[in-house]
Design a protein around this ligand. Structure first.
Ligand code: MG
Length: 339
């Protein structure tokens, strides 16, 4: 088995901004494994500096993984994923790209889509939200108008005008389900003030109000919050979940954080076993990256898989989220092709 990669440059339709900043141009890594018969499996690394990765670090990690992948049995996806964790710590998006490519290859060899390999019913996937990034009131109003086909909106807060943003969105979309993501930007005191307003605006839940390390603060807020609280930046791996029990109501899994499809499956099981809600999110990534998450969407309570829907130049055709409905590809493996 051979491992190869290519760096792709993506552009979002609008500059995409969250509490930590924004950009219009994003780089991801298209990873391919090719077996001895020439069959290819594809995966994507969508590195995030916040989690210590860049496309350059992904390329470096792939070089470290290459001898291991070359010598491995392609069917042993679980043990390869474990071995990658022994080669290097962290580097979640690089590991996930290899894991996704191996799963894609296995599905292609068997001639079935991944969701079938996992025994999942695609009709059980929840609706995906569509994200409204931080912007001026006029920009936010325009984005909400463009998001008209999507029944669920995820609103990014953590700006210097959060109240104006949420009131603008609620005014422009009076009947939609709204969720809020503060991306770790708030203090506990400010979070509780904001959550009062969010409850008044009929928001469904709040993601990561406080910094990732502040679990006691998150517990304090959750104990006093009328709305459910989700952890994203505080929850990277399955081993983070036990310490979040009683601290938050749910977790947001991302393949680019957790380092593989087996790890993501483990996170879903561990969280559900603790009575926690599970959502799955994404980075700005192509339909290839989104596909790996979409195939496990039937196991989720909530989904935010809009990364490719925000792009102006998606190099792949894969799952669509038109109208918020996650249409999981039915082709073999991830079911993704070049556009
Ligand atoms: Mg988030």
């Amino acid at each position: 088995m051979r491992l190869s990669h290519e760096i792709l440059t993506l552009r979002t339709k609008h500059p995409f901004t969250i509490s930590r900043g924004g950009a219009s141009e994003w780089r991801v890594v298209w990873v391919r494994v090719t077996d001895d018969d020439g069959v290819e499996g594809w995966g994507e690394a969508a590195p995030s500096k916040f989690y210590g990765e860049t496309v350059e670090s992904v390329a470096g990690a792939l070089a470290l993984f290459s001898p291991l992948v070359e010598a491995a049995d392609p069917w042993s996806t679980e043990s390869i994923e474990s071995e990658l964790n022994r080669v290097i710590r962290f580097n979640g998006s690089a590991k996930t790209a290899v894991s996704a490519a191996l799963h894609d290859l296995a599905g292609k060899r068997l001639g079935i889509p991944l969701y079938k390999l996992w025994g999942l019913d695609p009709a059980r996937a929840p609706l995906s939200s569509f994200t409204i990034g931080i912007g001026s009131e006029n920009e936010v109003r325009r984005k909400v108008a463009e998001a008209e086909p999507y029944p669920v909106l995820k609103v990014k807060l953590g700006s210097d005008h959060d109240e104006a943003i949420i009131r603008t969105v609620r005014d422009a979309a009076p009947d939609k389900l709204l969720r809020v993501d503060a991306n770790a930007a708030w203090s506990a005191k400010y979070a509780l003030e904001m959550i009062e307003l969010l409850a008044e605006c009929d928001v469904e839940y709040v993601e990561q109000p406080l910094p990732a390390h502040d679990l006691e603060g998150m517990r304090f807020v959750r104990d006093r919050s009328p709305l459910p609280i989700f952890a994203d930046e505080s929850c990277v791996l399955a081993s983070d979940i036990p310490k979040l029990v009683g601290v938050v109501d749910g977790i947001n899994i991302k393949l680019a954080k957790c380092g593989g499809l087996h790890e993501a499956m483990k996170m879903i099981s561990v969280a559900h076993a603790h009575g926690m809600l599970v959502m799955m999110g994404c980075m700005i990534e192509t339909s290839l990256g989104i596909a790996a998450a979409a195939h496990m969407a039937p196991l989720l309570d909530y989904a935010d898989l809009d990364g490719a829907a925000l792009l102006a130049n998606d190099p792949f055709i894969g799952p669509s989220i038109e109208g918020g409905v996650i249409a999981i590809p039915s082709g073999p493996g991830l079911g993704v092709r070049r556009s």
